[in-house]
Design a protein. Structure first.
Length: 663
């Protein structure tokens, strides 16, 4: 693991001796609105592409632009807003990795509102509570970098120092959101073009496939995560679709009675994706092995930091010290009674959820204790990784895989392998831990931003709970609308191009496999072998000091995703790399406006995708309303060509946003 990175801290923007309004009415209202919007957007993106992106910077920009309309606003209010908004987005990421799997295994036919909301809120609240003590260990004690938190702090500083910067950023974000929304409306609403340009040709006994999705959001994801990560994901896609699929076709033959494209999809769905499952299993275990040392270190620092910081705070003469706690304003976490009450309430609610699922008092009690410990451990993993590489690169998929395997093995031991409630119990148990882990990295990232700008930690922690509660309330209607409009997981006659939901599909397969329905273990074993080989190659790259690395989870995700998605992601990565290199040559390496434009594309497409689902929901209540009121064509008249042209224009706009002086 990289060494701890000591930072030169010049002090917060707002010193501890200064008290500014933070949780105001206008900030609270804006926080709730943005948390709901960004939770819905991230739910769409995660189900669509298997990836989520941090919403801290877009939320900060919107907050600055909106709060500037009021006579009095300050940087701490803006930080409060982005804290709550990004918490809502992070919780959505935890939910979509597990909860949709309950539909995929047939346990639910529609999303259960109260059970999903309860799982989401309890898991999110645990994530908030567990990361409160980690703030002292990882931010104040270890002084980890938290690159995305640092970037958000810089955006807040720029917006405070020059008001027009916030307005310009908001305009960039809004323009991109409209662009992404119009593209989605033209493709999915009006049906002017198909959702992807793809094709397959049978050659002898085998088949060759190629394609690219025409989604601006995927270009944006590639731009945000960078070319290196995007290229690794595409490498996984190439392994699955350009190597394994043709090889399998040559050995086993192509399904009869299907055209080339349908045959390629059938082979991938029924065979190749299990190779991705094997690779992700290895990747999840390897990720946890890698971070075992830092987590033990962070727990040691946790115990040390409380005593040291309290002693330092008691002797601070130039800071605003709270008489009750003996700590400066900028070091005051939530009080111990609040933490203890929230923890006990969360664990009790977790026990009630588990009791309703497994039906046995002792089993529910044992699983609650084990999973509470796992939630703390994995929240710590996510928090530490966010400090090193940012919250967008957190190993939540690996954490969830490990959680489900642990939960399923324990349940098999006490319930038996053939128990009908086993898979559903595993998923609901794992969902709580997944939500907590997803919150861990995001919470620490936001607290790092607050540390740099001078926020009061306990006020940020309150707003993290507000963001969790908001997302827990809105996430089920969003999931229900997306399921009604697009479908989730496997293609059906009603939904031939569903949201791929790769993590949820993986979790469903694992849960069913452990409880007796079985997995094609030869293919899973092949994927595990590929995962081990990727780890070996990555270790060699690390030993050589090479800049290009091969994170195994990224390769595994590429194998598991449709190639058309990873092709669009790598195209966005190429645009971003071109823009960054041109910017560096000109002496102005900042491409921040490009990041905002990319975030706007994701938000606009996601929100339009949700809006287009409303007519389907209304048609269920009032049959006279058409489920597709905007469709001009049943079949796009010119196929993918208009979409390809439109995507090229969006790519040019994305480049110009990152390099405005060159366009």
């Amino acid at each position: 693991m990289p060494p701890l990175q000591e930072e030169q801290d010049a002090g917060p923007v707002v010193p501890a001796s200064t008290a500014l309004p933070e949780i105001t009415f206008k900030a609270l209202v804006l926080s709730v609105i943005l948390a709901a919007v960004l939770a819905g957007a991230n739910a769409y993106l995660g189900l669509f592409a298997g990836m989520t992106v941090s919403a801290s910077i877009p939320a900060a920009v919107v907050s600055m632009a909106v709060l500037r309309c009021f006579r009095r606003s300050n940087i701490l209010e803006n930080n409060i807003v982005q804290t709550a908004a990004s918490s809502g987005e992070a919780l959505a990421a935890g939910v979509i990795f597990t909860v949709p799997a309950l539909l995929l295994i047939g346990y639910w036919h529609v999303f259960d509102y109260w059970q999903t909301a309860a799982v989401s809120f309890v898991g999110g609240l645990l994530g908030v509570v567990f990361t409160i003590p980690l703030r002292r260990a990882l931010i104040v004690g270890a002084r980890l970098t938290f690159p995305e938190g640092l970037a958000t702090a810089e955006v807040l500083k720029v917006g405070t120092g020059q008001g027009r910067a916030a307005t310009a950023g908001f305009r960039t974000l809004a323009t991109a959101a409209v662009t992404g929304g119009v593209m989605k409306f033209a493709e999915s609403g009006v049906r002017l073009w198909t959702e992807a340009a793809e094709g397959a040709r049978q050659i002898g006994r085998t088949i060759l496939y190629g394609g690219i999705n025409l989604s601006p959001a995927l270009l944006a994801v590639g731009f945000i995560i960078g070319l290196r990560t995007a290229a690794v994901v595409f490498l996984g896609g190439a392994i699955g679709w350009l190597i394994l699929l043709p090889v399998y076709g040559a050995v086993a033959g192509v399904p009869e009675g299907m055209n080339g494209l349908d045959a390629a999809r059938a082979i991938w769905s029924s065979r190749i994706r299990y190779v991705g499952i094997g690779a992700m299993l290895v990747g999840g275990v390897w990720t946890l092995i890698q971070v075992r040392g830092p987590i033990l270190q962070s727990l040691r620092r946790l115990a040390e930091s409380y005593g040291r910081l309290s002693a330092e705070a008691a002797g601070a003469g130039e800071t605003r010290v709270d008489a009750a706690s003996g700590q400066p304003r900028t070091e005051r976490d939530a009080s111990f009674p609040w933490i203890a009450g929230a923890l006990l309430g969360s664990v009790a609610a977790m026990w009630l959820i588990y009791r309703s699922v497994v039906g046995d008092l002792m089993v529910a009690s044992g699983m609650t204790l084990v999973m509470a410990a796992a939630a703390f451990l994995f929240s710590s993993v996510a928090a530490y990784m966010a400090g090193l590489v940012g919250s967008s690169s957190n190993p939540v998929s690996g954490v969830t895989i490990a959680t489900l395997m642990l939960a399923s093995l324990l349940l098999v031991a006490v319930m038996g392998r053939g128990h009908p409630a086993g898979p559903a119990a595993t998923l609901l148990i794992g969902a709580v831990v997944c939500c907590a882990a997803a919150m861990g990295g995001d919470n620490l990232q936001d607290l790092k931003t607050g540390h740099l700008v001078g926020s009061t930690p306990w006020k940020q922690q309150i707003m993290q709970v507000v963001g969790v509660a908001t997302a827990a309330v809105v996430i089920v209607p969003v999931l229900s609308l997306l399921h009604a409009k697009y479908g989730i997981g496997d293609a059906t006659a009603d939904h031939p191009h569903p949201l791929s939901a790769p993590q949820a599909m993986l979790m469903a397969s694992l849960a069913k496999g452990v409880f007796g329905e079985g997995l094609p273990w030869s293919l899973v074993g092949g994927g595990m072998t590929i995962g081990a080989l990727v780890i070996w190659l990555d270790r060699r790259q690390a030993a050589r000091g090479a800049a290009f690395r091969l994170p195994v989870l990224a390769v595994a995700l590429g194998i598991y995703l449709p190639l058309k998605l990873s092709a669009a992601i790598v195209a966005g990565g190429l645009i971003g790399e071109w823009a960054r290199k041109r910017a560096a040559r000109s002496g102005d390496p900042s491409t921040q406006q490009g990041v905002l434009f990319a975030a706007g594309l994701v938000t606009g497409e996601a929100l339009m995708g949700i809006v287009l689902a409303f007519p389907i929901a209304l048609s269920g209540l009032w049959p006279s309303i058409s489920a597709d009121p905007f469709a001009l064509f049943d079949v796009p008249p010119m196929g993918a060509w208009p979409g390809l042209a439109a995507l090229a224009v969006v790519g040019a706009m994305l480049y110009c946003a990152a390099r405005p002086s060159r366009c």
